[in-house]
Ligand binder design. Structure first.
Ligand SMILES: Nc1nc2c(c(=O)[nH]1)N[C@H]1C(S)=C(S)[C@@H](COP(=O)(O)O)O[C@H]1N2
Ligand SMILES: [Mo]
Length: 317
């Protein structure tokens, strides 16, 4: 794991830069820059103005043991759920058009210190590390992905939630010029997800800005996405622009669409079937193996204590 991640950072410099140029040009064209004289458009393109800068150095954290082989970078960056870009798994090319800078995250609501962070400023403030987490989609497949980022708790502490704040709503960017999925007007855009403040303070909750040692790609929720690996993947909102602290359980995307199938809590449990399929096993992307699904996706030792007083809630679907 250590060796692998270090190699990732070395790659980042010479591989991400050309990528940044491509992204910058695509994003500009998308924004109508094709109409500009080439001489005007060129400087912005050359700087990759809307792409992510390289990540700071990060140590791999060995506390969270994946227990399975890493999913290949190719699979993890090309087999995705990101409905803003379409409802198939193949949205990586569309998602690469997303403009990633400047990027701000507004943190507001029931906090003592509401604040709008410039993403690069936030990254400088936070303790950056690498963690390899399992990801279990409610559809019955899974991956193992090395993420670069920081504990969500560190950001929560910075804004000082008030005593009555109990939940956090996470809002995803909605950019019609690059997100064709937004035209599917029956979905409740913008995408929102939510957790309790207690869940956000749990050590496992993570905000990722990279994976495989490189800045996140659009498909994985660039430039910043949240991760709750003990919950089904749909709880891990991508491309976050706003976090709102509140005393009420926020409306969330899949729960609004189909409450009978997708609950607010959505903790992984192999014994609680989805109404239309079993959750007992999962298909490992890349190998095709079927393996048993674990309670809390294997993170129970860290998170089960969050739910001891919530036994009357629908914790598992
Ligand atoms: N904004 C947004 N976030 C989202 C989704 C989405 O469609 N839109 N899909 C979710 C689902 S269902 C899963 S399984 C994970 C997939 O993350 P990955 O593509 O990085 O593996 O992202 C989650 N976050
Ligand atoms: Mo999912």
């Amino acid at each position: 794991m250590l060796v692998r991640s270090r190699r990732g950072y070395e790659i980042a410099d010479h591989q991400v830069t050309p990528e940044a140029l491509v992204l910058g040009r695509r994003a500009l064209l998308g924004a109508g820059a094709a109409l500009l004289p080439a001489a005007l458009a060129a400087p912005a393109m050359a700087q990759g103005a809307t792409a992510s800068p390289p990540l700071p150095a990060a140590q791999a954290n060995a506390r969270y043991v994946p227990g399975r082989d890493l999913t290949s970078e190719r699979e993890a960056t090309t087999y995705n759920n990101f409905y803003e870009f379409g409802s198939t798994k193949s949205i990586a090319r569309e998602a690469a058009r997303m403009p990633l800078r400047p990027w701000t995250i507004k943190v507001e609501g029931m906090v003592g210190k509401p604040r709008e962070f410039d993403l690069d400023e936030l990254i400088r403030l936070m303790p950056i590390e690498e963690r390899t987490y399992r990801l279990r989609c409610v559809e019955g497949w899974s991956m193992v992905i090395p993420w670069t980022g920081f504990p969500l708790a560190e950001l929560v502490k910075l804004v000082e939630p008030t005593a009555s704040a109990r939940f956090i709503a996470f809002q995803t960017a909605a950019i019609p010029s690059v997100m064709p999925g937004l035209r599917q007007s029956w979905y409740p855009w913008p995408h929102t997800e939510g957790c309790t403040v207690a869940e956000a303070m749990n050590e496992v909750a993570f905000l990722a800005v990279g994976n495989y040692g490189k800045p996140l790609q659009g498909a994985n929720g660039a430039p910043i996405r949240v991760l709750f690996p003990w919950k089904y993947g749909f709880k891990s909102g991508k491309s976050i622009v706003r976090m709102t602290f509140t005393d009420r359980q926020p409306a969330t995307f899949w729960n609004t669409i189909q409450p009978a199938e997708y609950g607010f809590w959505a903790n992984v449990n192999p014994q609680v079937a989805h109404p239309r399929w079993s959750q007992a096993t999962e298909r490992v992307i890349g190998t095709g193996d079927r393996v048993p699904t674990q309670l809390f996706n294997g993170y129970g030792e860290f998170v089960s204590g969050l739910y001891t007083n919530l036994q009357r809630e629908r914790l598992w679907a």
